[in-house]
Design a protein around this ligand. Sequence first.
Ligand SMILES: Cc1ncc(COP(=O)(O)O)c(C=O)c1O
Length: 391
Amino acid sequence: MQKAVNVYFYRMKVYLDNAATTPVAREVIDEMMPYLTEHFGNPSSIHGYGRKAKAAVEKARKTVAKYLNASTSEVFFTGCGTESSNMIIKGAVRDLGVQRIISSKTEHHCVLHSVEAVEQLGVQVHYVNLDKQGHVDYADLEGLLVASDAKTMVSLMHANNEIGTLMDLKRVGELCKKHGAYFHSDTVQTIGYMPFDVQDLYIHFLSGSAHKFHGPKGVGFVYINADANIKPLLDGGSQERNMRAGTENVHGIAGMGRALELAIEHMEENKQHILTLKHYMINALYKHIPEVAFNGDISDEGSNYKVLSVSMPPHPKAELLLFNLDIAGIAASGGSACTSGSEKGSHVLEAIHAPIDRKAIRFSFSKYTTQAEIDYVIENLKRILDVPVTA
Ligand SMILES: Cc1ncc(COP(=O)(O)O)c(C=O)c1O
């Protein structure tokens, strides 16, 4: 135990829960402050205060549109990723005549529960088969698409938030095109981390959320292809060209725009930095934690580089692992395939049939993560799990 003593006497604060939310970048706060202070106008007002606020909203819209290679008229600001997906799924059923939805059991609850809500209204719902890493079975998807002539929408997430497994947006889009289906992807975990080009994809709807890429909470966006005319979810004023009533979250939108600018500018270097740390952590875990495994795809091509879901071997201390990590100042998140104690089981781990006797710990990284932090986590895992120093 001697080796570990130095490390856990020195208590660090380590945030490795960046799939849950990310710290707001300093530059983003600087961008937002003027709209919380002197530029407090309402973007709908025609005087100077209003015009200043409106200009900030339109600047952010241009940033999002340029990033997606979309038209500014196809980008609408919302309150969060959850709202975006609700707007799309409920709007597609109500306004586009969608009678059938094909989705998956590993979607975020904002999609799963929206799909369940429209199912109550009589929409047919099918869940595509997944392999044990959570990849979509593309042959099964095509089978489901050809099985009916009913107007269909496919809603499949780009990267899973718990296990990181990536879906092939281009491939699913091509299947949707071939079989005349609408296509929505919850891209909340990948916006700001990967390039997007909606002209090169067959896609009708995307959803994004600022707090996942170092922007503020409570602001998101939706991309709605010009050919997919849905109506608003909220009734009220004519903001967002009648698509999203309610006075705009100007400081939030300005912050999201700046956060996206930074993400675009530093995308490749951030990716390389995070990938290096992810590889480092995978190797360290294999080396130091006997029988460790991973949930989902951990390859560079098949996963979201910021997420690593570790499958811990059965161990008497595994139940309290997250708690003990928290005591050591380490923030991560957890889950298991079944319901244990007060903790609700993870629907994602259940859907991929993760072993019920293993605990999942999700570590998710950011551009701010350091190798010293990973070392500290490994030392603490070894200490908590009583791994011999010689291991
Ligand atoms: C994949 C995915 N979709 C949607 C959401 C919801 O986003 P928001 O928190 O902005 O509502 C999250 C957030 O956890 C997510 O990870």
